[in-house]
Design a protein around this ligand. Structure first.
Ligand code: URA
Length: 238
């Protein structure tokens, strides 16, 4: 990319103004003043304007995957072009459902931080008939070996003596949390699918397929991020 275009992309100035900076000798590439307008900037070059490093904004990607069960690594299920993305939080090997993947490290950190309690909803099929008392126990929090869980909302979709289907909403993301909660309640999980992660719903995305997050989902994620940054200002030193 030409140097003046690089500076303009970085949001420093218009391309015209950037040309003036270059001609005036204010721009260095890899430590050397460059006055030539056509010079090219390669990946990895260090560009400075008046002694200050100038970087291009990262092109953030936000992909929504319907992770299949019996899959551990999901990288091969999304396209490589556009750079590496990593899952925000995790789903167990046996769990299917909505998984957000991004290269936006700040957002990923906030969304998985227990303190910010992003809501997740799972459709679980569990062994046995879930009773009203069980639902109350979930609301009160279930004792697990790493401490009591937060309040979990349970909505029974269907129940028979053999099995019950229900939606459970939690705010934490402890390892195998939903499975452990139902184990503790003597209703082991038979299958688990995440229907929603914060503002992102699985909808009719087919198993193994991915899509880009929608504008609305991104706006809602950013609102969560802003709220978290406001609350966490002291901790993160902002
Ligand atoms: N709870 C679980 O038990 N497994 C998951 O994958 C997610 C939440």
């Amino acid at each position: 990319m030409r140097l003046q275009k690089y500076l303009a992309h970085a949001g420093i100035a218009s391309r015209r103004k950037a040309e003036d900076f270059i001609a005036a000798g204010h721009v260095r590439v890899n430590g050397k003043v460059v006055r030539e307008l056509g010079s090219l900037v390669e990946e990895g070059d260090r560009v400075e304007l008046a002694g200050k490093r100038v970087t291009l904004p990262i092109d953030h990607r936000y992909l929504v995957l319907h992770k299949p069960a019996k899959v551990m690594t999901v990288a091969s299920l999304v396209p490589r072009e556009g750079g590496r993305v990593v899952p925000v939080g995790r789903l167990d090997y046996d769990t299917a459902g909505v998984l957000l993947l991004t290269n936006d490290g700040d957002l990923a950190h906030l969304l998985t931080h227990p303190r910010y309690g992003v809501e997740k909803t799972y459709r679980a099929v569990v062994q046995g008939r879930l009773q009203g008392d069980d639902v109350k126990r979930f609301l009160a929090g279930i004792r697990l070996d790493d401490g009591k869980s937060g309040a979990a909302k349970v909505r029974v979709v269907r129940a028979s003596s053999a099995s019950s289907e229900l939606d459970v909403t939690i705010h934490e993301g402890r390892n195998r949390q939903v499975r452990r909660m139902f184990d503790a309640a003597d209703h082991p999980v038979l299958s688990l699918v995440r229907l929603r992660f914060g503002p992102i719903a699985l909808g009719d995305l087919r198993v193994g397929r991915w899509r880009e997050a929608t504008e609305k989902e991104l706006a809602d994620l950013r609102a969560l991020q802003r709220a978290a940054e406001r609350d966490g200002g002291e901790e993160s030193g902002e």
